[in-house]
Design a protein around this ligand. Structure first.
Ligand code: PLP
Length: 379
């Protein structure tokens, strides 16, 4: 390939996510925020973390925020604060990132799957009743791709059965459900600031938000070796503290989040305008009264793998979240599930594909991606 052709083709490349574009725009502010922490020489449990906790709780419509080391730790600690312990069962969807389930395993509890709805990819509340046993303690409602799970029936079912509800809000910070914010509706909401998230750190970080002062106090203890006072530990915890450098970076990015969210929503609308009504393509559904955060713009097509190959040939990146549902993962073979046990999750795993989505995406890139998808389904 000549140098000229190489340059032309890389110019035309459409990445699935472009964090470098974001850093080019805000790098100066980020570096200043890091320098500020360096000058303070306070790296753990300081002003930046405390301020971020208040800001994220506010954004989530919750009373308290507790910064932790990752979204996975947020789930583990939230389950513990909700009283889940070894031998309990926790109902989760099988169509999610493995961390939702491994957090349940981490405390010796058992993940029990309930199928998803085929149109929203989130847990189907009508599948909950047959999954409950005497051992069920909690439900984790995952808000996948930026869309809230259908919380009213989940919360109603949990209340009727004395179950706790933990929201896995790793992917949907800023999403809304009937005027409420994701993360604020259950007993605790768990956020991931993994770098690729809508609000991403420059390393691992996470947070739990809750409206319960009791949960908040316990979580602050659990994330810091169970210490209720300095060098006094009341129960076993460990180190899951969010550090000051990550908190300072996140606070800079938080100022841009509303603008970035609007850009994501505009990009999603532009994609859907081109793709809606095209036979063979199911663009993402946004149910009435739901505010989608569009962490991903995920469509559904038959022959998904062939579409992904075609996009790659056109220099367009895409991702599949997630190709293997959890009940069919080797990790969970001991649970004894088979293909066909959760048909909607299995079907989605074969057909979903996430198209390029990030705030800096340009409209000509969206058109190019959508045209390639349309060409695939119409040829
Ligand atoms: C749905 C879901 N749950 C949990 C996690 C775990 O978050 P983290 O990677 O910050 O531990 C992630 C993200 O990676 C996720 O997408």
């Amino acid at each position: 390939m000549s140098e000229q052709t190489q340059t032309a083709s890389s110019f035309r490349a459409v990445p699935q996510l472009d964090l470098a574009a974001q850093y080019a725009a805000i790098g100066e502010e980020i570096r200043a925020a890091i320098e500020h922490v360096m000058a303070s020489q306070q790296f753990i449990l300081g002003h930046q973390g405390a301020a971020l906790e208040t800001e994220i709780a506010g954004l989530s419509g919750a009373a308290y925020g507790i910064g932790v080391a990752s979204g996975t730790d947020a789930l583990i600690l939230a389950l513990r604060a909700c009283g889940v312990s070894a031998g309990d069962e926790v109902i989760i969807p099988p169509f999610t990132f493995v961390a939702t389930a491994s957090a349940v395993n981490a405390i010796g509890a058992k993940p029990v799957f309930a199928d998803i709805r085929p149109d929203t990819y989130n847990i189907d509340p009508s599948d909950l009743p047959r999954r409950v046993t005497r051992k069920t303690k909690a439900i984790i409602a995952v808000h996948l791709y930026g869309l809230s799970a259908d919380m009213d029936p989940i919360l109603g079912f949990a209340r009727a059965n004395s179950l706790r509800v933990v929201e896995d809000n790793a992917q949907s910070l800023g999403a809304t459900y009937k005027g409420r914010r994701t993360g604020s509706m259950g007993d605790a909401g768990c956020i991931s600031f993994y770098p690729t998230k809508n609000l991403g750190a420059y390393g691992d970080a996470g947070m739990i938000v809750t409206n319960s002062s009791e949960h908040a106090a316990r979580l602050r203890t659990l994330r810091n070796h169970g210490q209720s006072a300095k060098y006094v530990s009341s129960e076993a915890g460990w180190n899951s503290r969010l550090d000051e450098i990550q908190a300072a970076i996140l606070r800079v990015k938080l100022r841009y989040l509303p603008e970035w969210q609007r850009a994501r929503q505009a990009h999603a609308a532009a994609y859907s305008k081109l793709l809606l009504g095209v036979p063979g393509i199911a663009p993402p559904l946004v149910p009435e009264n739901f505010g989608h955060a569009f962490h991903q713009y995920t469509i559904r097509v038959e022959q998904r793998d062939a579409l992904q190959r075609l996009l790659k040939e056109r220099n367009i990146s895409s991702s599949v979240y997630y190709p293997v549902p959890l009940h069919l993962q080797p990790l969970y073979s001991s649970l004894g599930h088979h293909a066909g046990d959760f048909p909607h999750a299995e079907h989605a795993a074969k057909e979903v594909i996430s198209l390029p989505m990030y705030p800096e995406l340009r409209s000509d890139q969206i058109t190019r991606v959508a045209e390639a998808v349309i060409e695939f389904v119409t040829k």
